[in-house]
Design a protein around this ligand. Structure first.
Ligand code: GAP
Length: 477
């Protein structure tokens, strides 16, 4: 077999995603809704696996981490005081020739031209706010307006007091949240890389202001390691510190984790030091609070967002370190890394997704070697029943009869192992006593086959495939 991993063109991934049920363009039957994608039966499993691995590694494998699920609809004042209503903008320009609209920083800075018709007859850049505005209730007015959240983070800040009042929250501690965010991107592009509706996996990690630089470093290193543990190779990842204008209005420092997507190195996750900016701007009175706060007063807030120092008992606004990852970008990075085209020894070609087993949409496929043989199906079903109880994810039976086709399908959806049951597996038909109740395991990546007794299957699979472990660096080291 020739194994090669060359740079994967985005079209190949898009085509595989559609062909095998990972990701579909939204509303395609009506011409499509730009910047919106739907996750099909395989995609939803991959997405859930990524999110649940993140949650387990971030929340359960650490102490002092709490979870939250805040609402998508967001109070207009939250986004006023956070600064998003005024500053969450991209500069846009219109092409006077073909009337298309572009994000200025996506055009060639030395020779800006319309990407559609090539004209340089572009309007003066003007800011375009990326938030989706909506109205609550039957009356449409400015007072009834609200937003779809542009980041999940604000829900964590506005719930800060509820969390610290109800949980044993002493600095440093973190709050994790996964959920939808919405941005009216001027030019959605590169498949699911830049979309208008997406999910974020965000941590707000509250720390003593004096220690914020070291915690920022801690989280950059941790998040980098975590992506490698999900199967991204270190050479396809870079870290880049944002400078000057790149920094968001709330950030003192941000390090981006960049991945080598098919269109080039771009942001997969950002780790920001948001200082005390957000808690301060949403906090009712500033007088007893930290001098770090940049805002004067918030006359609309009813609540002081601060924490009492364990020793001095003084109230302080913690700083916050924010690792913020996009789920869709995570999926695109994983698909890019996993996608391989190979030539087999017999000259045939195959496409295979080498996803880490804990992320694979289907964990095990059991294939009866001959179609419509009740004895083989019964054996396959009994193995399925045994494995299903302990393997965390789908264990399926493929009974279409064409083994080559079954292997191709499972290579393309990334099933790490296929099990074939044949007549030698059956007591009644084999002459070789050693083969009774044994089955053949085929490894997705090496194509190596092993004959295993059905009673040893679960242990074998757990030891060789479903053995994902991630050990974060402790907060105390
Ligand atoms: N709370 C901080 C925050 O939202 P961000 O850098 O704007 O920071 C965080 O977004 C992550 O969300 C990005 O690293 C990216 O993975 C993802 N993301 C942002 N905009 C996106 C979009 N339009 N489509 C897909 N993912 C996006």
């Amino acid at each position: 077999m020739t194994q090669s991993k060359t740079d994967t063109a985005l079209e190949h991934i898009v085509s595989l995603c559609k062909r095998r049920g990972f990701i579909f363009p939204n509303s395609q039957l009506y011409g499509g809704l730009q910047g919106a994608y739907d996750f099909g039966p395989m995609g939803v499993e991959l997405k859930r696996n990524l999110i649940s691995t993140w949650w387990r590694d971030v929340v359960y494998r650490r102490t002092r981490m709490f979870g939250l699920d805040s609402s998508i609809l967001t109070h207009q004042k939250t986004l006023k005081y956070s600064g998003h209503a005024e500053t969450f903008c991209d500069l846009m320009t219109d092409c006077r020739q073909c009337k298309s609209r572009w994000r200025v920083d996506h055009l060639d800075p030395d020779n800006p031209r319309c990407e559609n018709c090539g004209s340089d007859d572009l309007t003066e850049p003007k800011p375009f706010n990326l938030m989706f505005k909506t109205n609550l209730g039957a009356v449409t007015s400015e007072a009834s307006s609200a937003y779809l959240r542009p980041e999940t983070a604000q829900g964590i800040f506005t719930n800060f007091k509820f969390i610290t009042d109800t949980q044993p929250a002493k600095l440093p501690f973190g709050v994790a949240q996964v959920g939808k965010a919405f941005r009216n991107e001027i030019t959605p592009r590169h498949f699911i890389f830049r979309v208008r509706e997406f999910e974020q996996m965000e941590i707000e990690f509250f720390v003593d202001p004096e220690e914020s630089d070291q915690w920022h470093k801690y989280w950059v290193e941790e998040r980098l390691q975590w992506w490698v543990a999900q199967g991204l190779s270190a050479e396809n990842i870079q870290c880049e510190a944002q400078t000057g204008d790149e920094l968001a209005h709330y950030a003192r420092a941000t390090t981006d984790i960049l991945y080598k997507f098919p269109h080039g190195f771009e942001e997969l996750e950002g780790i920001a030091n948001r200082t005390d900016y957000d808690l301060a701007v949403h906090s009712k009175s500033q007088d007893t609070l930290s001098p770090q706060s940049k805002v004067s007063e918030n006359p609309d807030s009813t609540t002081r967002l601060a924490i009492q120092h364990t020793e001095t008992k003084n109230w302080q606004i913690p700083f916050v370190i924010e690792p913020s990852a996009g789920v869709e970008r995570g999926i695109l990075a994983l698909l890019t890394e996993a996608y391989h085209e190979e030539t087999l020894d017999n000259g045939n070609k195959r496409t295979v997704l080498k996803l880490a087993p804990h992320l694979a949409p289907i964990k095990v496929a059991i294939i009866p070697l001959a179609k419509n043989k009740p004895e083989l199906i019964t054996l396959a079903e009994s193995i399925q029943h045994e494995l299903q109880a302990d393997i965390d994810g789908p264990v399926v039976i493929e009974n279409s009869g064409n083994i080559g086709k079954n292997y191709r399908r499972h290579d393309e959806v990334g099933t790490p192992v296929c099990i074939t049951v044949d007549f030698d597996s059956l007591e009644t038909t084999t002459s070789d006593a050693n083969l009774i109740n044994t089955v053949t395991l085929r490894d997705r990546d090496t194509l190596k086959q092993a004959r295993i007794h059905k009673h040893d299957l679960l242990t074998y699979l757990q030891q060789n495939y479903f053995n994902y472990r991630y050990k974060p660096k402790s907060f105390n080291q």
